[in-house]
Design a binder for this molecule. Structure first.
Ligand code: ZN
Length: 118
C-alpha cells in the first residue's frame, strides 16, 4: 500500500463562496426558525442552532487544515478544538486562534485547504 502524503493549498475563491454561502444559509434557517419556533418551541430552535453549528464545523474540519503564521507548520486539528477555538477573518484570510504543535506559539493560524487525491 502506498501512503500518500496530504497536500495543502491556499483557499480559492470557490472556497470563500461556499464558506460564505453555507453561513448565509445557516443564518437564514436560524432566522426563519426563530420566527416559527420562538417562543413556544424554543428548545427545538436551540437544537437547530446546535446541530447547524456542529455540521458546519464538521464540514470545515474535514476539508480544511491550518498553517502557523509564525513558523509555517501545516497541521490538522481535532473537531472539538475547531469547535471551541475563536475564529475570525483578517487581511491574510480566515484564521483560528490555537497553539501551534510545532513552535508552541499560541496565536492565529491561517485556514488552508486539504487537497484531495482523486
Ligand atoms: Zn508554529
Amino acid at each position: 500500500m502506498i501512503q500518500t502524503k496530504k497536500k495543502y493549498e491556499n483557499p480559492t475563491l470557490k472556497d470563500w463562496i461556499i464558506g460564505i454561502g453555507l453561513i448565509v444559509i445557516f443564518l437564514g434557517v436560524i432566522g426563519i426558525g426563530a420566527f416559527l419556533l420562538i417562543p413556544d418551541h424554543w428548545i427545538w430552535w436551540l437544537s437547530l442552532v446546535l446541530v447547524g453549528t456542529l455540521l458546519l464545523t464538521l464540514n470545515q474540519n474535514k476539508n480544511y487544515a491550518y498553517r502557523c503564521r509564525e513558523c509555517g507548520h501545516e497541521f490538522e486539528i481535532r473537531f472539538i478544538t475547531n469547535l471551541i477555538s475563536p475564529h475570525g477573518v483578517d487581511k491574510e484570510g480566515s484564521w483560528l486562534w490555537v497553539k501551534c504543535p510545532s513552535c508552541k506559539t499560541r496565536g492565529k493560524v491561517s485556514l488552508i485547504r486539504i487537497v484531495k487525491e482523486e
